[in-house]
Ligand binder design. Structure first.
Ligand code: FES
Length: 501
């Protein structure tokens, strides 16, 4: 018999025949003091800090998984398992923290952790550095995908228990300044896409049971309280989506756990539940006042023109090949200061002074504290955006992969180089009378599983949609897909078929 204990969010302790593995433990605020575990799981902290673990697995570098404050409290002789990312960022982090035994596993690589216990690493094989772990416990297969999107064609089958995200973990669309009706429509779209992706994961893995996990978090800083609205954001709680799940995946049992609950697994699953499933946010906010208030401590910092210039100069130098002939005018607004920045390798001056005002394609409203942290290298844009402490406006309202790639991954050029390789990948597949590029130009999903109907091709991951004949992107972004019509009759058949399921 084995036990799987839930720590809240994406955290677990798995024990099998005396081997114990701690997975993604998260307790302290993430992303500039904005995210907190929901429900509060601090009552488990002492157990985790004083617990003896043979292995520690941390899926990726986002702070709701890689909780440095917690990791500093753990026994450094614990063996660490991480994914073998191109950037090597996880190995570096753990070595810097003093962990001596760090094993980086490649995609699909397995490691025997103890008698009857094998771990297999699963990566998001695109430029995104996320991972999941498959644990085989004497034949009981527990797949922890947290918020990792391993390509659908690479997901393992015959899964007994799947733990995966159902709620959002992204700044889009809630940080944009859309009018209320547009925002409501976009939020509904993202929520539907998240559930559709989950249903596909459940079906492809053949999961007998599903454990809702990896979110939502909550926001205790009063400045961010609007993001706790479970109806108006992409951060729903399970009860809001449970009925849709039951209809879409009627053969999969749902195992709903609160922090501290556990499962006995082996011949089936015995549930020991009773831990908290919700939280009084006002009381929680008071208990953690010192932690969220830390972000606001001290006088508002200043950032100079020279620092902004230097920052973007360095960022662009690191990413010259990725940027190619890209150019984009953006505006940064921080407190009472603002800067117009021309991004692009060909731009000689990164900050434009003394020109006539113009309409930037992207405006980022950043608090000076956030900008200070970015310019000092204490945080990256990815983390700053995830903090929800940035307001965004774009004109036209179209996703720009190069711009967001530069901001999000520019400080890890190994990731932007991978984006470049993905762009240049020429592998194709043939289906429904078409030859089309195999991997999605957005984040590399395998389009073998794309929905092709009604004259449209829809990526199963983030649901970008292209015209099947021209490859023109008709929804969500502007990047085209390489398509070629091979068999007119076969294509017509899909055109006459109804839209996506
Ligand atoms: S991977 Fe994001 S839309 Fe295809």
């Amino acid at each position: 018999m084995s036990t799987i204990r839930y720590l809240g969010h994406a955290g677990f302790v798995v024990e099998h025949r005396g081997t114990r593995i701690l997975m993604d433990p998260w307790f302290f605020p993430a992303f500039l003091g904005s995210w907190f575990p929901y429900p509060d799981n601090r009552f488990l902290l002492d157990d985790v800090v004083s617990g003896e673990f043979d292995y520690l697995y941390v899926s990726h570098a986002h702070e709701d998984h890689y909780d440095e404050e917690l990791l500093r409290k753990l026994d450094r002789s614990t063996k660490v398992i991480v994914a073998k990312y191109r950037s090597k960022v996880m190995v570096r982090h753990f070595r810097d923290l003093g962990f001596e035994n760090v094993t980086a596993l490649a995609h699909r690589e397995s490691l025997e952790l103890g008698p009857g216990l094998t771990a297999t690493m699963l990566l998001d094989t695109s430029h995104k550095e996320d991972s999941g772990l498959l644990l085989d416990l004497d034949g009981f297969r527990f797949l922890d995908l947290n918020d990792c999107n391993t390509p659908m064609s690479e997901l393992p089958g015959d899964i007994d228990l799947l733990a995966a995200q159902f709620s959002g973990a992204m700044w889009y669309p809630n940080c944009y300044d859309y009018p209320p009706a547009v925002m409501a429509e976009k939020v509904a779209g993202v929520r539907a896409d998240l559930m559709d992706t989950l249903y596909r994961k459940v079906k492809l893995t053949g999961a007998k049971a599903y454990l809702p996990s990896a979110g939502p978090a909550c926001f205790l800083d009063p400045e961010l309280t609007q993001y706790n609205d479970r109806d108006a954001t992409i951060f729903p709680v399970w009860e809001q989506v449970a009925e849709g799940f039951a209809q879409a995946c009627p053969e999969t049992d749902v195992v709903r756990l609160g922090p501290g609950d556990y499962l006995d697994v082996g011949n089936g699953i015995a549930v020991h539940a009773g831990g908290p499933l919700e939280e009084d946010l006002d009381a929680y906010r008071e208990r953690r006042r010192d932690e969220w208030a830390e972000f606001h401590a001290g006088p508002e910092p200043e950032v100079s023109l020279r620092e902004i210039e230097q920052y973007f100069h360095t960022l662009q130098t690191w990413n010259k090949r990725f940027l190619g002939d890209f150019s984009k005018d953006i505006r940064l607004v921080a407190g009472t200061a603002d800067w117009d920045v021309r991004l692009g390798r060909l731009a000689e001056h990164f900050v434009i002074e003394g020109e006539e005002p113009y309409d930037p394609e992207y405006t980022l409203l950043v608090s000076p504290r956030v900008l200070r942290a970015i310019v000092d290298g204490r945080t990256g844009w990815e983390e700053a955006l995830l903090s929800m402490r940035i307001g965004l406006h774009r004109e036209p309202d179209v996703f720009d992969l190069t711009f967001m790639g530069l901001l999000r991954y520019g400080n890890h050029p190994a990731q932007t180089m991978q984006m470049l390789r993905e762009r240049q990948n020429t592998e194709t597949i043939e289906r429904d009378g078409l030859r089309l590029q195999r991997f999605c130009p957005h984040a590399g999903e395998d389009l073998t599983f794309a929905e092709i109907s009604g004259g449209r091709i829809e990526c199963p991951r983030h649901h970008w949609i292209w015209d099947a004949r021209t490859g023109e992107c008709v929804d969500k972004a502007s990047l085209p897909l390489r398509v070629e019509v091979l068999d007119e009759q076969a294509l017509r058949k899909t055109e006459n078929a109804s839209g996506s399921e």
